[in-house]
Design a protein. Sequence first.
Length: 347
Amino acid sequence: DRDGEVRKGDKLIQDGDLVIVYETYKQMKAVTVTKNGEFQNRYGLFMHNDWIGKPFGCKVTGKKGGFVHLLAPSPQLWTLVLTHRTQILYIMDISFVLAYLEVRPGCVVMESGTGSGSLTTALARATAPTGHVYSFDFHEQRAEAARKDFERTGLSSFVTVTVRDIQGEGFPEEFANEVDAVFLDLPQPWLAIPSVAKSLRADSPVCSFSPCMEQVQRTCEALTTKEFRDLRTFEVLLRTYEVHEECLGTDLGLDDSVNNDNDSESAVRSPRSSPPHKRLCSVESKVIDSEEDQTQVSSKDNLMEKGPKKGRSRGEQLPSSLYPIVARPEAEAKGHTGYLTFARRAV
Ligand code: SAM
């Protein structure tokens, strides 16, 4: 944690900046910093004036002593805080789309519909500063709201949002053979495929997102008719892992023999004798007697540096070998969002 300490090269928060106020990884909010502005949450009242001049990433304290972190906006964070006007694409699908569409700086990308601009934000960030994203949605208010969001995130010069019925009219003729990649998130994407074929440069990729297999099949038929090749459909499922250091000792890693100062290595139980799945992952739990030696809990690195040694006594630390890093899949895996169908225009 950096409580506002400024280092060389730090980008400092200024009046008018967009910051992501991070409370927990499930609780974040986009806030535009304004002189004399206030931010209120369950941890208390925070004054924007206290944020101005602090580096992005810092921890700031509110009037009641609660704290939040102020993060610099990124497409990944924006997806987590944006206003939902439609269903949106999330990071797992977005990262897959960007990789398989080979989106990079300088690319010209077309997309429909814009929706809430979740994918558009990532596309704009990936194509900038020399490329451009042309995003189309037939819903005027949504298109306007998305434009305002791109102003707010500083991406408006890299995205053009146009109101157009892509299923009815297709992409504009002026883009013929000019586009490096196309993304479709439409209810009937197969209707747009003929104009996608016209817009894409030879050998360039298209991706269509559809929630159900029947839509995928119709899209694949349309792609085949237009002589697209390398058709592939993926379903991306996210499995998150909880990663932590886990004590392989028992309780506080000691048995009774440690309480007399004539102890030996046997005072620390071997991993084999520890109860299965016993979790002692807080830093404090690694210290045999935290009251006697507070200084030893102050640095995690310090704890890790200490190796096993003879003559362990109260107030000393357990060897780092007893705290391997353990990863467990979380019980709840994110479910189906949709299928991503990729294809390449014929050469
Ligand atoms: N991919 C977007 C995101 O990540 O935020 C979400 C797209 S949302 C699910 C689908 C959008 O397609 C809606 O905003 C809708 O208005 C738009 N749409 C539906 N039919 C359309 C059409 N015929 N032409 C253009 N846009 C259309």
